[in-house]
Write a protein that binds this ligand. Sequence first.
Ligand SMILES: NC(=O)C1=CN([C@@H]2O[C@H](COP(=O)(O)OP(=O)(O)OC[C@H]3O[C@@H](n4cnc5c(N)ncnc54)[C@H](OP(=O)(O)O)[C@@H]3O)[C@@H](O)[C@H]2O)C=CC1
Ligand SMILES: N[C@@H](CC=O)C(=O)O
Length: 430
Amino acid sequence: MSKRPLKVALLGCGVVGSEVARLMTTTADDLAARVGAPLELAGIAVRRPNRARDLPVDPALFTTDALSLATRPDVDVVIEVIGGIEPARTLLLAALANGASVVTANKALLAEDGATLHAAAEKHGADLYYEAAVAGAIPLLRPLRESLVGDKVKRVLGIVNGTTNFILDRMDSTGAGFADALDEATALGYAEADPTADIEGFDAAAKAAILAGLAFHTKVTAADVYREGITEVTAADVASAREMNSVVKLLAICELDPVGESVTARVHPAMLPRSHPLAGVREAYNAVFVESEAAGRLMFYGPGAGGAPTASAVLGDLVAVCRNKVNGGRAPAVTSYADLRVGGMGEARTRYHISLDVDDKAGVLAQVALVFADHEVSIQTVRQSGRGDDARLVIATHVATDAALAATVESLRALDTVRAVASVMRVEGE
Ligand SMILES: NC(=O)C1=CN([C@@H]2O[C@H](COP(=O)(O)OP(=O)(O)OC[C@H]3O[C@@H](n4cnc5c(N)ncnc54)[C@H](OP(=O)(O)O)[C@@H]3O)[C@@H](O)[C@H]2O)C=CC1
Ligand SMILES: N[C@@H](CC=O)C(=O)O
């Protein structure tokens, strides 16, 4: 084993960083054996150095001067688990310019400015690894970057946000309210520092951008991703889904068009039949299907958020970049040669379920059908349940444009036999 310890600067010591610090300390011998050199924590940058932290590390390691720590000449690797765009971007660019390799879990930054970080890593001969940025503990980015690089990926589809999956699962399985379920997800360390990023779909959109870029060898940013969060999903939507033996999930879908010229990436809630494999993904777990030409359909599944699971992915990257330091190598380059057109969602393929609370009278179906015909929107199936005040129609339809959907829903609302439009939900996987 090489005798010189590799020095590691840890930027951030919150939900993820504290588990990284704990595991680096408690598994130091194993990590040293796997790397071929001991790893030494050079310092830990935080905002509040005097905050009580129950960690087996020397309190003298804590500092508020993240920039000095990240650019210390003796630091070999910088781990960034602060989050957000700034100061993280400045710190990582300074660390890379200093020749340090970088491990980060920061999907927001990678999805906004990953190209600049990759260019800096390339220029300074340093590594940039970020397995923890997408789907927590699940090994997914390295399989895309390395294992599948000889294949042609055509589609990536899955659940990539633990917090929203936790909320939707609680609403479905225990009838919990949205706010209570979000509080629970936050207390468990799943949510972002500002949980708006989770519930409005920004976090999943950032992950979709990273996945699409790696899968299709092109540049995709979060701004390219069509995004809807789960704040509009109501208890009625979840109940409608349950009535139809379905669940509501927040999906991220990245697709290469059939001729391979353009890419779409979208994030939105959708109903999935309970028989669909993604419907069984509970709590803060994530699952992602990767469909490629030669391999076919692969499924990646595991804990998508939380301190220890995410720290596992960070430590995997840490060992990889340290091995590269010891052996004088570098990670395989991330390719973005394809320069594909990037767009949002293809509206023509949008399927919806529209649930109507109706008066249980003869003629209601004919009235509803006429509305769809008037707007030139085709009905795929109609299911009727309940009687009297509980009567409900669920109409599966294919809508070409958002305007046609809005006009159809407005006309349905105006019918005297329709008491309420209970939910309008996009559908996948039937
Ligand atoms: N939580 C999760 O399940 C997952 C998180 N991630 C990503 O990991 C990163 C960290 O997340 P998480 O641990 O949950 O976040 P936390 O909010 O729990 O921790 C953030 C840490 O950064 C420190 N910090 C904040 N601002 C500064 C600053 N200006 N200078 C130095 N330190 C600073 C905080 O210091 P102090 O402790 O003093 O407040 C805290 O230790 C984010 O990018 C997140 O998206 C990725 C996958 C899963
Ligand atoms: N807030 C994120 C954390 C992991 O990326 C999530 O809930 O998935």
